[in-house]
Design a protein around this ligand. Structure first.
Ligand SMILES: [Zn+2]
Length: 322
């Protein structure tokens, strides 16, 4: 599924590039026509030959085929003549041949009413860029994940080292993103601050977005603010922003529990999670709160929604304090 706002932006960028290319071609055309005498006459012959052939095809049915064929040959000869004139004047032979960046759609962005490959490619790049602004994705991927910063010392309670746990979680998250789809589980990343939750979120966001899914990363506080703005919106713009939280393929909701506790925040988050659950749109939430704390903080329906998420528990020392 596509983010309609981002898709429109990508489409606009393709149109701008197309207009710029056409303007460049027009300038080049004028320049060459001024510099190479006789080239306008040749192009005139090419156009009139084509027109004649089209007219004959319509007038004479079957016989038109051969008129078209003759025209093609004639135009080819004219084209070669034009190329020679161009190279004689120091221009590349194809200086007047205008080709779109995308041959599939001619830079329209769509083919058969569907986004063309070029548009989808640009959309995916733009989505990664916008996620990158939030998450610094470039420095964070499964490949660059720095396991050695996690302690290898076994934790007596967990009977495992933070590094081994992180290794397991990384493997799990990598598989999750590779198989991501509407039936993917909802995940709850739980652990104290500075244990790599946002880091894992960034890796998953980047990977899932690269697979042309619509991914949104937002802190719970921001998500609440967006939904609150929608409530008071008159322009529809913030309404769209809030709707994206409901509609995206994957929502990463970071810092759940750090938002202000208000009746609005609680019901908005509950509605968001419930709507996504019932429409099979996976959500990955991250929190520092324990199960007990979540139950104290949220109404029972919300807490039980969260308890239905698959739990990925992190533990260890705050890496940022090291
Ligand atoms: Zn295209």
């Amino acid at each position: 599924m596509f983010d309609p706002i981002l898709l429109a932006r990508a489409q606009a960028r393709i149109s701008e590039k197309k207009a710029a290319r056409e303007a460049r071609a027009a300038r080049r055309h004028d320049e060459i026509h001024a510099a190479v005498p006789g080239i306008a006459a040749i192009e005139g012959q090419m156009r009139s030959g084509l027109l004649r052939a089209v007219r004959e095809t319509f007038a004479s049915g079957e016989k038109g085929e051969s008129a078209m064929e003759a025209c093609r040959e004639h135009n080819l000869a004219l084209r070669m003549k034009r190329s020679r004139m161009l190279t004689d004047h120091g221009y590349p032979a194809d200086a007047l041949d205008e080709a779109p960046d995308c041959l599939l759609c001619g830079d329209a962005g769509f083919t058969d009413g569907k986004p063309c490959f070029c548009l989808r490619q640009l959309y995916a790049d733009m989505q990664l860029q916008s996620l990158d602004q939030r998450l610094d994705l470039l420095g964070q991927s499964f490949e660059t994940f720095d396991l050695p910063i996690f302690s290898a010392e076994e934790d007596p309670l967990e009977r495992e080292s933070p590094r081994d746990r992180m290794k397991l979680l990384l493997e799990y998250c990598r598989k999750y993103t590779r198989r991501f789809g509407r039936d993917s589980a909802n995940l709850l990343l739980r652990g104290g601050p500075g244990l790599g939750k946002t880091f894992l979120c960034a890796c998953m966001a980047g990977e899932v977005a690269a697979g042309s899914h619509w991914v949104i990363y937002e802190t719970a506080a921001n998500a609440v603010a967006l939904m609150e703005a929608e409530k008071f919106a008159r322009d529809g713009v913030s309404g769209e922003l809030a709707e994206r939280l409901f509609a995206c393929d994957l929502l990463l909701l970071d810092d759940l529990g750090a938002e202000f506790v208000t009746p609005f925040a609680q019901s908005a988050l509950y509605q968001l999670l419930s709507a996504r659950l019932s429409e099979h749109r996976p959500t990955i939430a991250a929190t520092v709160l324990t199960e007990e704390e979540l139950r104290r903080r949220y109404p029972p329906q919300m807490a039980s929604r969260l308890e239905s998420f698959e739990l990925l528990p992190l533990f260890g020392e705050d890496l940022r304090r090291k």
